[in-house]
Design a protein around this ligand. Structure first.
Ligand code: GCB
Length: 566
């Protein structure tokens, strides 16, 4: 398993500091839907007549005609390589496209990849001068990850396309293929580097212009005297540069420790209370691509509401998204794209979870997620799945395989799965902490958020007592349609949503064993058409265009009253 080395921004947010030559391949492409699946047979990889589209963004909202198109579609772009590309290695790098991606350069097949939410790369032959890139994307709703078999019940809208940046990247042998950094807040750290051939590797750690550590090996166990620990209050980042002479990569790292004890999650030795949200990557027109300016606004809004944490529900987020979490100090539960199973799996969980190809895909996408993001200080834990019908031995076996894999790839981070089966769940014994989603007062006990919140508190406390582990409430929330007001507060009004959140936070902030609260959701987001939703999922405390509902003001006050350490 090799990790995907990223270009990372320098301390000025958003300014790229590439240490390899690269060419940005985002921009306008030619696009053609392929509902009859004839593209490959007819050789569209050599060229086709299409219509304009922008990469990166989902295809759906760029043209109303494509809005509900799910299936195969093709992208084509001519690009110019000014370098003598022949004397090195070149890759085409996708930071996220899917669900199935196949790529051709100058008509020659380059590779294929399954999964929409991780970076992947294919080695390619490009020539100095003009070249052509053809890409086939297939997002046919099937047993993909997340699972889309039953579209109306899917948890969020099934966007498709080349949804994150694409580039051509160049390196010379020997080049760096993997880099792992682990640390603790007292300054201890280790670096492990993998290189494509024999090379003298040097490493350095610096802050600003000050070099604080230099080493003559790619594999180091050492200690930095009195580092500034990374935390939400002071997200101190260090530049780790690793070089082979012919190649160099940069990771932005931090010194921090995470530990789970029976009574809570500890950051740098202090018990921290996670205050935050389940989020989505979702925005009008761009679909599953989140423009940097929207992310910036989101992060300022989360800070404004006194949040310090979020979960990447229900898939790993983009590098831009997680770079900001590192930079602005958010504690992230990084979730694998194993979600959307509830409506399908509950009918026959044994058959569903015993399917070996499903497990194989889930493991592959979990491994890619960890390889890509394992060096981030913001990522404090992994969630292997959201609401996986964890009530039978087959689903338990499936989840335990994923947890085993996560721990073998990264022994430094705690692992959980997110359950809505509460007291019935059979898989908490292999979690480091328990994560529960609860909607008493909305889907159950409608209209009674007070009793709903009390019931959720009882469940959380019972789970804590039974398993001796902390409990994170990963979802609770109610729909609130912006502009709909009601006295008394009834369901779907802004008042009801604000009251629901108040009842839950009041009950759960001091519940025995509860280590954090994530409101569902930060912002309204698009979902499939279904009688359950009014155009969007309206559980956001902000609208889809990031305007506050009543709940936002309430939550700011409520989160402001909870100390970050307790
Ligand atoms: C859940 C899911 C989340 C949904 C939410 C809801 O339990 O995990 O993806 O959006 O409920 O609003 O129904």
């Amino acid at each position: 398993m090799t990790s995907v080395i990223k270009f990372k921004p320098d301390p000025n947010i958003g300014i790229m500091k590439p240490l390899r030559d690269w060419i940005d391949l985002s921009g306008y492409y030619s696009f053609k839907a392929d509902p009859d699946q004839v593209g490959e047979k007819e050789g569209w990889y050599d060229g086709f007549e299409g219509s304009p589209i922008y990469v990166h963004s989902s295809w759906n909202e760029q043209n109303p005609v494509w809005d509900l198109y799910f299936g195969k579609a093709w992208y084509l772009k001519k690009f110019y390589v000014p370098l003598p590309a022949e004397d090195g290695v070149a890759w085409i790098v996708f930071e996220g496209a899917g669900y199935l991606t196949k790529a051709w350069i100058n008509g020659k097949f380059a590779g294929e990849h399954k999964g929409s939410f991780s970076s992947f790369r294919f080695k390619v032959d490009v020539k100095q001068g003009w070249n052509a890139l053809a890409v086939e994307i297939d997002n046919t709703p099937t047993r993909t990850l997340p699972v889309w078999d039953e579209m109306p019940n899917a948890l969020f809208f099934h966007y498709g396309g080349i949804q994150r940046p694409v580039r051509l990247e160049f390196a010379k042998e020997p080049y760096i293929t993997d880099l792992t950094f682990t640390s603790s807040q007292d300054g201890r750290f280790s670096i492990a580097t993998k290189v494509s051939g024999n090379a003298d590797v040097t490493v350095s750690l610096s802050r600003g212009n000050r070099v604080l550590y230099e080493g003559k090996s790619g594999n180091v166990d050492d200690r930095l005297a009195s580092p500034e620990p990374w935390s939400p209050e002071n997200p101190a980042l260090y530049d780790l540069t690793v070089s082979t002479g012919s190649d160099a990569v940069l990771e932005r790292v931090g010194f921090r420790s995470v530990e789970v004890k029976a009574d809570g999650i500890y950051l740098n030795g202090k018990r921290v209370f996670l205050k935050g949200f389940g989020r989505h990557e979702d925005f009008p027109v761009t679909g599953k691509y989140m423009p940097g300016s929207v992310l910036i606004r989101d992060f300022y809004l989360m800070k404004e509401l006194n949040a310090n944490s979020f979960r990447t529900s229900h898939y790993p987020y983009s590098n831009d998204h997680l770079d900001l979490a590192d930079q602005m100090g958010f504690l992230v539960i990084l979730e694998a794209p194993v979600a959307g199973m509830a409506s399908y799996a509950h009918r026959n969980p044994d058959a569903f979870f015993s399917d070996p190809s499903f497990l194989k895909d889930a493991k592959a996408q979990l491994a890619e997620m960890i390889a890509e993001h394992k060096n981030r200080p913001s990522v404090i834990a992994y969630s292997v799945a959201n609401e996986p019908e964890s009530v039978t031995q087959a689903s338990k076996a499936f989840l335990d395989e994923l947890k085993k894999l996560a721990r073998s790839l990264d022994p430094t981070r705690p692992v959980t799965h997110v359950s809505y089966r509460l007291l019935e769940d059979v898989d908490y014994d292999t979690d480091d902490f328990i994560s529960i989603n609860s909607y008493n007062g909305w889907y159950s006990m409608p209209g009674d958020p007070h009793q709903g919140a009390i019931k959720t508190r009882q469940v959380a406390e019972e789970l804590h007592r039974k398993y001796g582990k902390p409990v994170l409430v990963t979802e609770f929330g109610a729909e609130g349609i912006a502009g709909i007001h009601s006295d008394p507060p009834v369901m779907w009004s802004e008042e009801y949503q604000a009251l629901f959140i108040e009842e839950y936070v009041t009950q759960l902030k001091s519940a025995d064993g509860v280590c954090g609260l994530h409101v569902w959701n930060f912002a309204d987001f698009r979902i499939p058409q279904n009688v359950k939703w009014a155009l969007l999922n309206r559980k956001g405390v902000f609208t889809r265009d990031r305007q506050p509902k009543l709940a936002a003001q309430k939550l700011k006050q409520l989160y402001g009253e909870i100390p970050a350490y307790y």
